[in-house]
Design a binder for this molecule. Structure first.
Ligand SMILES: [Zn+2]
Length: 316
């Protein structure tokens, strides 16, 4: 082997399973995408992952390169040794040590990490977190995922459950959350929450463009479009999400005095609608020193943060 060592990054979602062969620079040399198809059960999934790793090994060999290790981002509560405590979307993976199983099947060193942590690590190595040694990343999608990077390392916590800041309490008697708590950040700043708030505003019968979109049930993106067309109700829904994020950001600024808050995911595409209310709440609630230090920026890698962060985990 004469080429540079390459690393395999795998992003396992509820729907898609992505594989990438990544150079130390973050360049994606080769990639493949398939379906997770978890309903077929555990063994077919393990075989597809092992098969994907063999395919990428072949691609590395074509480039006279060796594979230096494998990293896999998995949705769920993952202990640092690769044991999957729970995975709501991929239940058959629960209570197994995925790292040991795949290391035994493939012969490679394997690292398993939470998918949101993989996203944060990807941004830290190759994206919007490069200039910020310590940051919190929030992925605003169907839910709100969180990953905490301290001095360029993921902080996983004692049990691997750290960074779940989507379930920080923002309003003590607020909206009920799937996690059992009330008033979680996720209930205000996720795409699901924004769509629900829009449907509620339509049902309340106010004068808003939202009534005419998608039968009164607009998506978060459609709410953003309406806000940009001057709809006050739509803008108010994004302002509420921004305020919830600002309250969350103030706590994290005072607790950790980190460099940045990175926002990614579908809702972060409307960063312009969130940023003002977010900054206002942050400055109202945090110390001037910690609020001024905390840059609020968008992630740069989009969905690729998952494969890149998983590969970064394999780089060690
Ligand atoms: Zn919650």
């Amino acid at each position: 082997m004469t080429g540079e060592t390459l690393f395999i990054g795998i992003d396992m979602g509820g729907t898609n399973l992505r594989f990438a062969l990544v150079a130390r620079s973050g360049a994606v040399v080769y990639q493949e995408r398939t379906r997770t198809e978890i309903d077929r059960g555990l063994e077919p999934l393990l075989e597809r992952i092992a098969g994907g790793i063999r395919t990428l090994e072949g691609e590395a060999a074509l480039r006279s390169s060796a594979v230096g290790g494998v990293g896999i981002g998995v949705p769920g509560l993952i202990s640092p040794d690769g044991y999957v405590h729970s995975s709501v979307n991929l239940v058959p993976l629960e209570k197994i040590n995925l790292r040991q199983i795949l290391a035994a099947r493939t012969g490679y060193s394997v690292r398993i990490l939470n998918d949101a942590n993989a996203f944060a690590l990807g941004e830290s190595f190759f994206g919007g977190g490069r200039d910020f040694p310590s940051f919190l990343m929030l992925t605003l999608g169907t839910g709100v995922g969180g990953g905490l990077v301290l001095k360029r390392k993921i902080w996983t916590g004692t049990d691997g459950a750290a960074g779940e800041y989507g379930h920080a309490t923002i309003y003590p008697d607020g909206r009920r959350c799937n996690c059992g708590n009330e008033g979680c950040l996720e209930q205000y700043a996720s795409a699901t929450a924004i769509a629900a708030a829009a449907a509620k505003a339509v049902a309340a019968g106010g004068a808003t463009l939202l009534t005419e979109i998608a039968g009164g049930k607009p998506t978060a993106r459609e709410v953003a479009d309406a806000a940009r067309r001057g709809d006050a109700v739509a803008a108010g829904i994004y302002a509420e999400a921004g305020r919830a994020l600002g309250i969350a950001a103030a706590t994290i600024a005072n607790l950790l005095n980190i460099d940045a808050l990175l926002l990614s995911g579908g809702v972060a595409e409307s960063f312009d609608l969130l940023a003002g209310p977010l900054r206002e709440e942050l400055e109202r609630r945090a110390f001037p020193l910690t609020a001024a230090r905390l840059a609020v920026v968008r992630g740069e890698l989009g969905e690729d943060a998952g494969i890149l962060g998983s590969a970064a985990a394999a780089m060690g």
